[in-house]
Design a protein around this ligand. Structure first.
Ligand SMILES: Cc1cc2nc3c(=O)[nH]c(=O)nc-3n(C[C@H](O)[C@H](O)[C@H](O)COP(=O)(O)OP(=O)(O)OC[C@H]3O[C@@H](n4cnc5c(N)ncnc54)[C@H](O)[C@@H]3O)c2cc1C
Length: 295
């Protein structure tokens, strides 16, 4: 299908983009276009203006200074996946970027677009939660910062206001942490039926710091507090990890779990436990991604 007619602007600064958003409340931001364009072509979105942010240099790239790693919202997944700074300091986010789509998607889709779009089956939200990310937003009143825990509000809903841009994502640099992402991909789309991200620091055989979060199970990425609590201070051996993973769905409202043609809520809850165990085991052994095939 063809999209409805729209105007097109290509700002070169964040301020110019914000001015356009303020003047056009029905505008949509165009980043990688991998989610927006199919939505427009299927008639589900008809913006009057596309604000193509792809030429805003200030929103590109990865910086590391003063214990913080800052990733521009326009940075694509392949850049994150290949970045030694990310692999060293925010391993879980690099591992998760590696699990998104295929090579073409990873070279075009942006981390900011992924997080702002907030598809419940997207991969990056759980990694942002597990890594304790901070979203940096800019609007007409300047910059504001939102913790990942407060950013995802529901299906395709975030704390980004209509006249704001997500400009960058900041992470505490954790060179001592290992990270992993275990994903059960949808056999048809490759998106996460369930995906679990883990960032873990083990000191003298004990879990000193751990973040565990999941995609695909609820209408937005969620932190799995009971699993984090069960792991804190333990020696993450096989039995401890398996027991901790059984807590994965404890705080989640069964009635609100994703339930569709691909997987019932009950099956997703089972997948959640299994993939939580895989991701934690993988983080504990420092080996990276576990992405199971369709079987
Ligand atoms: C074949 C295919 C397979 C895919 N597989 C996966 C997968 O396995 N896992 C996965 O997670 N994703 C997958 N995706 C989605 C892909 O990752 C998209 O890139 C992502 O969802 C959106 O990023 P984008 O840069 O393309 O954003 P766009 O499509 O340009 O924008 C998406 C939405 O976010 C808004 N937006 C974009 N950037 C910003 C910003 N900086 N600030 C505020 N709002 C913004 C836009 O207005 C729009 O509403 C797949 C896509 C395709 C086409």
């Amino acid at each position: 299908m063809f999209p409805d007619e729209f105007e097109y602007e290509r700002p070169e600064t964040v301020d110019e983009a914000v001015d356009l958003l303020v003047d056009h409340p029905e505008a949509e931001i165009l980043a990688g276009g991998h989610s927006l364009l199919p939505t427009m072509k299927s008639g589900l979105a008809s913006p009057d203006l596309l604000v193509d942010i792809g030429h805003i240099d200030a929103m590109q790239g990865i910086d590391h200074a003063d214990g913080t790693v800052s990733v521009g919202a326009l940075t694509n997944y392949a850049t994150v996946d290949d970045s030694p700074v990310m692999r060293e300091n925010v391993t879980v986010f690099a591992e998760t970027a590696h699990a998104v789509g295929d090579v073409q998607v990873r070279n075009r889709g942006t981390v900011g677009g992924n997080l702002a779009h907030a598809d419940p089956a997207s991969d990056l939200p759980a990694a942002a939660l597990a890594a304790d990310a901070t979203m940096v937003l800019q609007g007409p009143d300047g910059e504001r910062r939102v913790d990942a825990d407060d950013f995802f509000l529901g299906m395709y809903a975030t704390d980004v206001a209509e006249d704001e841009l997500l400009t960058r994502i900041e992470f505490p640099a954790r060179p001592e942490a290992t990270g992993a992402y275990a994903k059960k991909p949808s056999p048809s789309s490759g998106y996460a039926m369930v995906g679990v991200a883990v960032s873990m620091t083990v000191d003298a055989g004990r879990v000193e710091d751990v973040g565990v979060a999941a995609n695909g199970i609820m209408d937005h990425g969620v932190r799995l507090d009971p699993v984090e609590d069960a792991l804190a201070g333990t020696n993450p051996d096989g039995e401890t990890v398996a027991t901790a993973a059984t807590n994965a769905a404890n705080d989640l409202d069964e009635m609100m779990m994703m339930d569709d043609l691909q997987a019932s809520a009950e099956f997703r809850a089972q997948l959640l436990e299994t993939y939580a165990e895989r991701a934690i085991t993988d983080a504990a052994t420092g080996t990276g991604v576990v992405a199971a095939g369709p079987s």
